[in-house]
Structures are given as structure tokens and as C-alpha cells.
Design a protein around this ligand. Sequence first.
Ligand code: SF4
Length: 338
Amino acid sequence: MGGPRVGIPRGLGFFEYHVLWQGFFEGLGVEAVASPPTNRDILDRGVRAAVEEACLPVKVYFGHVMELAPRVDLLFVPRLVRMERRLYTCPKFLGLPEMVKSCAGRLPPLLCPVFDENRRGSKAAAAFAQVASRLGVGLARARRAWRQARARQARYRAVLAQGWPRDQALAAARGGALPQASLRPKRSPDGRLKVAVLGHSYLLYDPHLNLGLLARLERLGVEPITGDVLPEERVLQAADSLPKRIFWSFARRTMGGGLYLLERGGVDGIIHLVSFGCGSDALITDLLERFARRRGRLPFMLLTLDEHSGEAGLQTRLEAFVDMIRRRRAERAAGWAG
Ligand code: SF4
């Protein structure tokens, strides 16, 4: 490929936009490499570099930056402002490039486009055209790469929303044939318990950070239902039914997902996965728990992660939660409970 090598840290917005970002660099003809999945070393380095008060996902992000730094010519650290109209990310996302520069030691130059999906989505395109220009790529090719990457990202989200696993959605987005509907894994073929796991994508889909939560549920015979597979429009409508608008994207999706499931049913319990020190989650956690109790009396569990979270404690809590759901189900079946 030649030319500079760009590093993309596997944290925070990566779990929302890696298809878009990697597709864009590919379209420019620039080599872009993602850091490896989080491991103990990456986590420890991030924790050492970050300020104590930072939330766990930010600390891990620093670890990914430090892992990539010696291997690349440029680091891609976008400033995510708005992922949709009139909704914001959080102050950590807004100040991410500055935090990285001040905490992560000696680094290669950073590429920090402002990713701001305003009304027409035009600002993000312009910011990425500037990235292309810094890499020596002309405007026409940058625009083409952006359009194609956007189409790929849209395809990825659409396939995910049909309930396909992430790896298959990724293959389809990269131009592979759409998987046949008949091959899609059947949901709960044997009447397994279903538990909704709600939270930010960078917590849900980083198995090292969440201590393998989704796989642990599977091993306990539970089908985890994540926000990806819920109908987005209905989720956002549910969030907007609250008297006060939530204006943080991740919190709105989590709250909307919870309210949608409480209204529609179809799950046996809800796990809300949060990071210690997250301001927006602190506001919605209590609200969601109250709705869960009031509307559906669904079992609800809050799981708060930080760098000290341990596997044994998590496993014990999950087993107790699943046992409680099974007991309730059995009581309902026997007509003992409403
Ligand atoms: S939304 Fe919360 S968890 Fe995510 S980066 Fe901001 S403070 Fe951290």
C-alpha cells in the first residue's frame, strides 16, 4: 500500500464506527490498523496513564493508544461530538484528543477529525476530507471513499438489526453476500431464558472489559439480547416518551431500549452494564430500575465495572440473578405468582 500507517485504537467510538473508519481509509488507499482486542497489559497501561477519576472505557482507550503508538505513523483519535441530531456524546468524547495528548506520553501525530453528525451530516464529511488531505489524498477520492464507507456502515447496521452476529454483519458490509435468512441462528429454540443486556457498545462488546459477560450468560443457558437487535425507531420513541428529553446518545439508547422491552415484554430480566464514574449513566440507572419495578416487575440487575472488577464476584452475581429468574418463571408456571 505504501504511505503512512494509521493506527485506530480499539475503544470508545470504535465499537460504533469501525466499519466506517476502516472503510474510509481503505477507500483512500491508506493502511489503517486497529489495536488488538483489550488484554490485561493494555488495561494496566491505560490505568497507569489515566487520571484516577477517568471512567474505565477512557482508561482502556489510553492503553490502546499506547499499544499502537510505536507501530504507526499517525494515530486516529476522532472527536465525537454528535452521533445523531440534537444528541451529544459525553465530555470525555469531546475532550478525547486533548486527554490523549496530555496523558499518553510520546505519541505520533494525531488525526483528530470532529465527527459531528449535524442536520445534514455534512460536517463529518468535511472533517474527513481534511484527514484525507493530510494524508495527501485529493478531494474527489476522499468524497468517494466517504460515500462508500457510509454505505458500508449503513449495511452493517442493517444486518445487525436483523439479529445477525457481528462478524457476519461485518462480512456482509464488506461486500459479501447478505447471509441467508434461513441460516440465521434461531432465537431461543429451546425456550431458553432471555436477558436484555443494556449499556454502551464499548462495554458490551469488549469481552475483556466486561469479563466475558455475554459468554457467561450463554454458558448459564441464557440468551443475551443486546440493544443492536432492537428496532431503533421504537427504542427512540420509547426514550422520547419520558417527560424530560435525554440528550446523551448512549444514555438515550439504553433508556429507550429498557423502556421498549418493559413495554413489549419478551425478556425475562434486564442487566444494565455501566462504568464506574460515568455521569450520564448515573442519571438513568436509578430511573431505569424504577421503571423495571413499576411497569413489569422484571428482575433488574445493575453491573458496575471498574478496573478492580473480579471474575468470581461477577459469576456469583450472575448465577444468583439467573436462579432468581428461573425460580420466578417456575412460580408463574405453577400459578403462584402474578
Ligand atoms: S459516556 Fe460514561 S462511560 Fe462513556 S466515556 Fe463518557 S463517562 Fe465514560
